[in-house]
Design a protein around this ligand. Structure first.
Ligand code: UD1
Ligand code: CA
Length: 455
């Protein structure tokens, strides 16, 4: 059977107090609705439908690269009305209803729910909560079969005492849905078309309502305000931290780690507090990351040490590198084995050869450094002439004295030496010395000026 996934994302999210549509607020660096879509894709859905309403244009834009069919719910008349907007586009197989503000639902939970669906059965995901306030309650008959859902606002005293709640997530066949949805009425406390009313219709037809529970209640937790958003973020991060620790990563404090993307680690990686990992980051065996580093889309090879407060993006460090503290590696940085980048050094589009060192206060951009090059403090590759970028090439074993400006395009030969304070704008041959600075003058018998006294 084919699978259509319908994701409801039309609500306003008033309590977020934000101009951004609720489903675009980010969890682990990714809009909530994208978490849901990515999970739906893992289920290999044939079609993904997103029901948009409030902020429809922004939601459409944010999902531009997803293969999604949008259905517009111009007025929010309830969850049943929302699903009905997608009805026309459905195939004739199974349908799964998800929510753009319930981001952590897992593939396994949904796959199990979908297993239950055929023309004589439907699946309903429920959760038992200590405090069920606000949720629809699951009504069961004397044989324990689920037969209806009653919303909080429509419930009797006795029904309010039920702790088994509707998560909202359910699965059925398209033909069931096409039969039931047009029969919904808005004759209830909220004057809305409740999706939940299809449960009683199913039961009346003798369709079995198979209920399932998520492995972890976090999976079905929705977000209505920023407090819940932050709570879910922390819980999610905690989960990631625990997974990493199980895989052998030493986290100095699992509550002070943020992964916004995917972090892959070898054995015996150690991560100090306050680090943020974004996009795809890979840390090789034995890598140590100091406190408060931000690392994005990078590969850090085995046995490297990143000292605190370093910011690394789009870089590859081959291994046994020492980076920071306070280093900034920008995209296109490639460090060969054992290369060092020290404090207050910025690199961009720079290839640094084996064993080479840029230890202090430098900018190296659009450059290639051979092996065992020593770049002195305060060296700048002047790569930009205001219009175009130019390259600097430094040969093996070259020594660049402190406070050197290398005016690109320029080549410094193998084993060449640049005197401190030089501005180098012409190529330097192999093994040569280049110095370009004003000669020092010396005056003996020099009397310092003295302060004038007023008479
Ligand atoms: C709904 C369920 C309730 C369940 C709870 C779980 C109904 C009638 N009730 O209640 O049983 O326990 O979720 O959180 O389904 N939405 C639209 N268009 C609409 C209305 C809602 O897209 O016209 C979307 C919202 O953006 C939201 C979701 O559907 O993402 C749920 O709507 P909400 O109004 O929060 O439903 P609840 O009252 O919480
Ligand atoms: Ca809700």
């Amino acid at each position: 059977m084919t699978l259509d996934v319908v994701i409801l994302a039309a609500g306003q999210g008033t309590r977020m107090r934000s101009t951004l549509p609720k489903v675009l607020h980010r969890l682990a660096g990714k809009p909530m609705v994208r978490h849901v879509l990515d999970t739906a894709r893992e289920l290999e859905a044939d079609r993904l439908h997103v029901v948009v309403g409030h902020g429809a244009e922004r939601v459409r834009e944010a999902l531009a690269e997803y293969p999604v069919r949008f259905a517009l719910q111009a007025e929010q008349k309830g969850t049943g009305h929302a699903v009905a907007q997608a009805l026309e586009g459905l195939g004739d197989g199974k349908v799964l209803v998800l929510y753009g503000d319930v981001p952590l639902i897992r593939r396994e939970t949904l796959a199990a729910l979908l297993e239950e669906v055929d023309e004589s059965r439907m699946g309903l995901l429920t959760v038992t909560l200590d405090d069920p306030t606000g949720y629809g309650r699951i009504l069961r008959n004397e044989r324990g079969q689920a037969v209806a859902i009653v919303e909080q606002k429509d419930a009797s005293e006795k029904e309010l005492a039920i702790h088994e709640c509707n998560t909202g997530i359910m699965a059925m066949t398209a033909s069931q849905l096409k039969r039931w949805l047009p029969r919904l009425s808005a004759d209830n406390a909220q004057g809305e078309y409740y999706l939940t009313d299809i449960i009683a219709m199913a039961a009346a037809e003798g369709v079995v309502i198979a209920t399932a529970q998520p492995a972890d209640p976090l999976e079905v937790e929705g977000v209505n305000n920023r407090l819940q958003m932050a709570g879910l973020e922390r819980a999610h991060q905690r989960h990631i931290a625990e997974t990493l620790m199980t895989q052998g990563v030493a986290l100095l404090d699992p509550s002070r780690l943020d992964v916004r993307g995917r972090l892959t680690c070898g054995h015996d990686v150690e991560i100090d507090v306050g680090c943020v990992f974004e996009g795809e980051v890979e840390l090789g065996e034995g890598v140590r990351i100091g406190a408060h580093c931000v690392i994005r889309d990078s590969h850090i090879g085995a046995e490297s040490v990143i000292e605190p407060h370093s910011v690394i993006e789009g870089a590859v460090a081959a291994g046994r590198n020492r980076i920071g503290p306070f280093a900034r590696l920008r995209p296109g940085t490639r460090l060969a084995v054992g290369a060092k980048v020290g404090n207050f050094v910025e690199t961009k589009n720079a290839e640094v050869g084996e064993g080479s060192k840029i230890n202090h206060l430098s900018y190296v951009g659009d450059a290639r450094l051979g092996r065992d090059v020593n770049v002195g403090a305060g060296t700048i590759t002047c790569n930009y002439d205001g219009a175009n970028k130019h390259r600097t090439d430094i040969g093996d074993d070259a020594f660049i004295g402190s406070n050197t400006a290398l005016v690109a395009p320029v080549n410094v030969g193998r084993g060449a030496t640049i005197g401190a304070g030089s501005t180098i704008s012409k190529d330097v041959p192999d093994n040569a010395l280049a110095v370009s600075r004003g000669r020092q003058i010396g005056k003996t018998d020099w009397a310092r000026p003295t302060k004038k006294t007023r008479d």
